[in-house]
Design a protein around this ligand. Structure first.
Ligand SMILES: [Mg+2]
Length: 303
């Protein structure tokens, strides 16, 4: 999830990181249960406009978002047979493929948040309450197990399972959220086999975990499986991000853009992600206005 975080956190640390500043409107509750849901308040000086209003509204209300998600999963399903048939087809980058993939059982690797499960109701809460992500409100939302699946993902995952492909979940949800997460996944009809959840904090022997980077967990998945496809809403869901700067991210994209639409499948997420702190030196400790100014300076203006 999005974060207001320690400078030491990488942009992908998500739920591993801690916020360091007060909510925009500390008088408002961090999160409310549905029975306590107050009416949304209009923006006032005490309840200022929320930076995420437009993005959350788009995710929750636009047919464009639904279509993007569905077309992604439908196209991926159309590539499954080819991926299964080509014995050398593998979706891990060479640096993260520690062993030969040929002959291993097939799997797909899926991120969870905003790839499989839609947490926009949690984001909407934050907009309503004038607050930002924090671990307490996030853990409460996860414990409710009310996240819905992204359009198209259930059909895809079931089709993959029917072809003998294991669905693995590599998520930056912390391991203490595993049971609630698996219950939510099952409740919406997603396949959950044994030992398929690799959350943040999973220990991988011989691989040093760097923050919330997923490379060690991908390597672990690769020891047992040939990874046909990866799904995510962040570039770090596919490959290790060594430098979360615009240049570092662009370099990765340049190297692997051919993989998208074949081995890698990206879901849209305008509400948070490592793209955002890349614009302000990954320093969430900066005042909000300084971060906004850095974003304004990153824009490409018409003359
Ligand atoms: Mg995600």
């Amino acid at each position: 999830m999005r974060l207001l975080v320690l400078a030491a956190c990488t942009a992908l640390a998500l739920s591993a990181c801690k916020r360091t500043e007060a909510p925009a409107n500390a008088a408002m509750p961090v999160a409310a249960t549905p029975s306590q849901t107050p009416a949304p308040a209009a923006a006032t000086s005490a309840n200022p406009p929320h930076d995420n209003l437009n993005a959350v509204a788009w995710v929750q209300t636009s047919v464009e978002y639904k279509a993007l998600s569905e077309q992604t999963y439908r196209a991926a399903a159309d590539h499954l047979d080819q991926a299964l048939k080509e014995k050398n087809w593998d979706a891990l980058v060479p640096e993260e493929r520690g062993n030969a993939a040929t002959g291993l059982k097939p799997a797909v690797v899926m991120d969870v948040d905003e790839t499989v499960l839609d947490n926009s109701p949690y984001q909407a809460r934050l907009v309503r309450d004038g607050t930002d992500y924090d671990e307490v409100s996030w853990d409460q939302w996860v414990a409710e197990k009310k996240a819905k699946p992204l359009p198209g993902v259930v059909d895809f995952a079931r089709a993959a399972t029917a072809k003998g492909v294991t669905v693995l979940y590599i998520s930056n949800r912390a391991v203490h959220l595993e049971q609630a997460t698996l219950a939510n996944l099952k409740a919406v009809g997603l396949p959950v086999a044994k030992d398929v959840f690799l959350g943040l904090g999973t220990v991988v022997e011989g691989c040093e975990q760097n923050g919330s980077e997923k490379n060690c967990r991908r390597r672990l998945a690769g020891q047992k499986y040939r990874v046909l496809m990866q799904f995510g809403d962040q570039i770090g869901d596919f490959v290790q991000v060594v430098a979360n700067t615009r240049e570092g991210r662009d370099q990765l994209y340049g190297e692997y853009h051919d993989w998208f639409g074949e081995r890698w499948w990206m879901l849209p997420n305008p509400t948070y992600g490592s793209w955002e702190p890349a614009l302000f030196n990954n320093d969430w400790a900066q005042p909000r206005e300084a971060r906004r100014q850095a974003k304004r300076e990153a824009l490409d203006y018409a003359p």
